[in-house]
Every structure is written in C-alpha cells, then in structure tokens.
Write a protein that binds this ligand. Structure first.
Ligand SMILES: Cc1cc2nc3c(=O)[nH]c(=O)nc-3n(C[C@H](O)[C@H](O)[C@H](O)COP(=O)(O)OP(=O)(O)OC[C@H]3O[C@@H](n4cnc5c(N)ncnc54)[C@H](O)[C@@H]3O)c2cc1C
Length: 534
C-alpha cells in the first residue's frame, strides 16, 4: 500500500516515463557480474537535481528504501544492485551537468551522471590543460560514484576520493548537507580546501549510506608538459620480491613525478591480449603451465609486466627517466620509455604496413597506444576485454563498441585487498592467490597497483561463466576463501562488493558500533542504501 502511494507521488513528480515498475527495474538493473541477485521494488530516473529532496521525502514518509547510483557500473562489486532486497534504485545518470569549472584552479563541480568520457570531451573541446581521473572501467563510468567508492587510477592523483574537495548531499529527511566552508557562505574556498573547518564529515558519505550525493567538486591534475610511460618485464618470477623493493624506491624517490605503478602477472596481461585457449583446456580445468608458457612466448608476455608513468616538466621527467632506468635495469628486461604521442606515431606506422609485415610485436602497439592514452588521462576501454576472456565468443569485445560486462553477462567478482609494499608480504600474498584460485580451478589474474610508497592495492578478478550455477558457486567460494585467508594473513580489502558488506562488521567492533550509531541518528528508518558498508 505504502509502495503504491509512493509510486503514485513519484510519477506525479517525475513523469510516468521516469518511474520504472519492479519488473522493468529488474530488467534494466537486475543483472550483476557477480551473479548476486536482488529483488528490486522499482527505479526512479530524475532529470533535475532539485527533484531529489522531494523524491527522498516521499521515500521517507512511506518508509521505502532508495539505492542511489551514479552510472551503476560498479562491475565486479555489485553493478547497480543494492546489498538488500526491495530497494528502489535511484538512477542519477541523467543528472549529468558540469555545474562549474574553474580553469585557474582546475576544480570541477559535477553532478552524479557526468562520465569519464563526458569530462574528457569537455576538457578537450574547451582546451583546458587538465586530466580526467581515469580508471580501467572506461568512458561510460562516473567520476562521482567512483570517487564515492574511493576508487583509484594511475594518473597523478591516484586516490580519487582524495581529490574531492566538496560535496552536496540530500539527507534521508530531505534536507541538504553542504561541506563546512560552503555552509558558512564560503563557496570559493570550500572548493579549493578539502578539510573545511571543524570535524571533517564529508568522508562519511564515501563508502557510506548517509545520503544521496547530488554534487561534488573534484580537483583535477594539471596536464604536465611531459608524460613518459615506462614498461618492463620480469623474466624470473622468483625475483618479484626484489622488484617490489625497487618499485618502492622509485615511488618514494619521485613523489609527484611518478604516478601509480602497476605490476601484472602473465594471466592478467594475457586476458587483455590473447584469446583464451578453449580448445586446449579441458572442462573445469585451468591453463596448464606448458600452455601458459607457450602463450606467453607467442604473445611476448613475461611472468610479470610493469607499467608506470612520469609526469612533469621535460627536464624533471628526463632526469627521473635516467635514474629510474638505473634502478630497474639490473633486474628487469625490455625496459622502455615512451610518450603517448610517440606510441600514436608508431601505431600509425603499423597501420601502413602490409599485413604480412604486421608481426605480433607490432600488433601490440595498438594496445600500447591505448594504455598510454589512459595514463595521459584519456579514458578508453583497454582493460574491459579481460571481463570477456572466458566468453566463448562475444561480438561486443571490440574497442568501437560500448562494452558492458553486466549487460553482456560476463562473470566477474573483484577481490581487492591492500598489500604492504614489502618483499615478504607480496610474496605471501601472490602465493596465497595462486594456491586458492587453483584449488577452485580458476585462473589467477593478479594486478598490484601502488597506492603510495607503503602499499599496493591488489585487484584479482575472479572470472567465471555467469550462466553456469556450478561455476558461479565455485567463484563465490573461492572469493570467500580469499577474503578469509587474506584476513588471517593481514590482507584486508580497500573496498568490497554488495555480498560482503555484513562480513565487515561481523565482529561488532567499536568502529562499526559507531558507524551504526551515526546511521541510527541520520537515517533511523534506513531510507538510503540500507546495508551498504554496514
Ligand atoms: C575491467 C574493469 C576495470 C576496472 N577498473 C577500475 C579502476 O581502475 N579503478 C576503480 O576504482 N574501479 C575500477 N573498476 C570497478 C568499477 O567498474 C568502477 O569503480 C566504476 O567507476 C564504478 O561504477 P560507477 O562509476 O558507475 O559508480 P556507481 O556504480 O554509480 O557507484 C558506486 C556505488 O556508489 C554509491 N553511489 C553512487 N552514486 C551515489 C550517489 N550519488 N549518492 C550516494 N551513493 C552513491 C552506490 O552505492 C553505488 O553502488 C573496474 C571494473 C572493471 C570491470
């Protein structure tokens, strides 16, 4: 009855076409790459930011839970689905205005639906020398939702919530929260100083469930005079510990010049570059060591591949390049530095060659060019094909088509723990991932991305056939074992999927008691995102 009343009021407010019934919502938002299923009560698609307080008031007076999403592409963590049943999805993707941009400071104020691609076009068209905080998730993903999940990338500002200076939030009672300085009338300083004055509260809205974020200001990294990427391979996997020490030295020695550094194992690189060898892997098994080494040889992939970027003036980048070469050279193979422009030129030359001369190394230039565009702050779909690696054939794995792993029923669960940037920790972690994924007959894909000179965030995508209940269960069991064993060994996640929220607060520690008490005060009826990180 209450649901009916609320839907009637929402239709009046938003118009018939912007309110989806339960069945329609299930069709649009119901599929998640993790295989988790939730029953949706409906969905709302507002077209104006000023409609949000009224939407929330209607939800509050009828005690109906809303689940706000920005673009809803939280692939591998829940996609657009809420952690519990019977929520109404509040899809904010059509609120996609760039509200304000200060070309002098590089601070941009955006609505939730602004995507990486849209921001790139805006900066490009207006010729503003700033970079998009890109992620591997691609151009159709939001800036705001990603920052709220405390996502990260490898451009100079790797930690995306760190770049958030100010937010506006509609609270569960329909009132509007502004950051501290804005609430004192200081809009301008509010956007250029993250911490405000007094207790810092903005943070509770990240990985939280305390309101609908309707606007966010983000400091963009200036586009530097020079960008150089560097790539290298590690031939001997047993030297990974030594490599970690050198990566740490590089990150610590060149703060502000080196962005994030990615270390990827062979499976992870192959998933983006080579077709899965279905004809040579028996059902329920994984790629054998022999086939793996053959694939690596054919595709010129080493046991570990490193990838990073330098940002700065021509002079500083040149010096850093020389010194980084000296640090890495004794250990790694095929170290080379290349700028995004040079990769583009090489790729253009490749396209002019006759087919018979396009051998594999040259073919890889296209991938290189796209990867370098990413570090230069131009979003693209370079990493998305990995979601499709186990799909027998998918017409959608094409850079000219918009890839959507949830729509295309790719099976993917991310395991994303923090790993201390220490030799022993990394070795233990990698061994643990290999042992557990192989136990469940899943391919071990590992990336280690530097967050700082102290720690890596590792992302391990567990890939499986979403249409097979047996495979889904296998991936889920593997995920839980990684999570539990990782916890025993000290590797805890920086972010979790909707299936894991309760696990976080199982021990009822003081930290989670406080989170619950805050929730009780701000949202006693559980109107906004109930179950999210609680
Ligand atoms: C191949 C691949 C590569 C990826 N690479 C990266 C990467 O490099 N870095 C990274 O961080 N992630 C990565 N991801 C994970 C994920 O896809 C991205 O983080 C993506 O940006 C999240 O989706 P979104 O932007 O649509 O956010 P949403 O799904 O809209 O938001 C995420 C969550 O935040 C909350 N939320 C969103 N908007 C609001 C709001 N306005 N008010 C209140 N709460 C809100 C919701 O609970 C929502 O579920 C990758 C995924 C894949 C498949």
């Amino acid at each position: 009855m209450k649901l009916e009343t609320a839907f009637k009021e929402w239709r009046k407010l938003l118009g018939q076409s912007q309110v989806l019934s339960s069945d329609a919502a299930q069709l649009v938002y119901g599929c998640c790459t993790t295989g988790v299923m939730k029953k949706l009560a409906g969905a709302l698609r507002p077209l104006e930011r000023n409609q949000i307080p009224f939407i929330v008031q209607i939800a509050a007076s009828n005690k109906i839970a809303l689940y706000p999403i920005s673009t809803g592409h939280n692939w591998g963590y829940g996609s657009a689905l809420p952690p519990i049943d019977n929520c109404v999805v509040l899809d904010l993707s059509q609120l996609n205005r760039i509200v304000d941009f200060d070309a002098e400071t590089g601070v941009i104020t955006i609505e939730p639906g602004v995507t990486q691609g849209q921001l790139a076009n805006f900066l490009d068209k207006e010729q503003h020398p700033y970079m998009v905080p890109v992620t591997g998730a691609g151009p159709v993903c939001s800036i705001l939702g990603n920052a709220l999940e405390r996502g990260y990338g490898i451009t100079p500002i790797t930690d995306h919530f760190a770049a958030v200076t100010s937010i506006e939030v509609v609270l569960p009672d329909g009132s509007t929260y502004q950051s501290a300085h804005a609430s004192l009338g200081g809009e301008q300083v509010d956007k250029i100083f993250k911490w405000g004055v007094g207790p810092y509260i903005d943070g509770i809205f990240s990985q939280g469930s305390f309101g609908v974020v309707t606007q966010m200001s983000v400091a963009l990294a200036p586009r530097p005079e020079s960008i150089q990427s560097f790539l290298f391979g590690l031939k001997q996997p047993e030297q990974l510990g030594d490599l970690v020490i050198r990566v740490r030295e590089i990150i610590k020695s060149y703060p502000g010049i080196v962005g994030g550094i990615n270390l990827m194992n062979a499976h992870r690189v192959l998933a983006m570059t080579a077709a899965y060898p279905w004809d040579r892997v028996s059902k329920g098994a994984t790629i054998s060591p022999d086939i793996l080494s053959e694939l690596c040889q054919r595709n010129q992939v080493m046991p570990w591949t490193g990838f990073g970027a330098l940002y700065g003036t021509r002079g500083t980048v040149k010096v850093a390049q020389r010194e980084i070469r000296a640090i890495l050279m004794p250990l790694v193979s095929r170290l080379f530095f290349v700028s995004p422009e040079r990769a583009k030129t090489l790729n253009r030359i490749r396209k002019l060659l006759p087919d018979c001369l396009r051998f594999k190394a040259i073919e890889k230039l296209e991938l290189l060019e796209r990867s370098l565009q990413l570090v230069a702050g131009y979003p693209n779909q370079t990493t998305l094909p990995l979601c499709y690696w186990l799909k027998h054939n998918s017409d959608n794995v094409h850079q000219d088509k918009v890839m959507d792993p949830a729509r295309d029923r790719c099976g993917l669960i991310w395991y994303a723990p923090l790993v201390p940037m220490k030799r022993e920790s990394v070795i233990h972690f990698v061994n643990m991932v290999y042992a557990i994924t192989y136990k469940y007959k899943l391919e071990p894909l590992i990336t280690l991305t530097s967050f700082s000179g102290k720690c890596f965030d590792s992302t391990v995508p567990l890939l499986f056939d979403l249409d097979s209940e047996i495979e889904r269960k296998k991936a889920e069991d593997c995920y839980w074992e990684l999570l539990e064993e990782g916890k025993n060994q000290g590797f805890l996640p920086y972010r979790v999927g909707i299936q894991t929220m309760k696990w976080l607060s199982e021990n009822d520690a003081t930290y989670w008691q406080i989170v619950r008490r805050i929730k009780q005060v701000i949202d006693p009826n559980g109107i906004i995102s109930p179950g999210r990180y609680i």
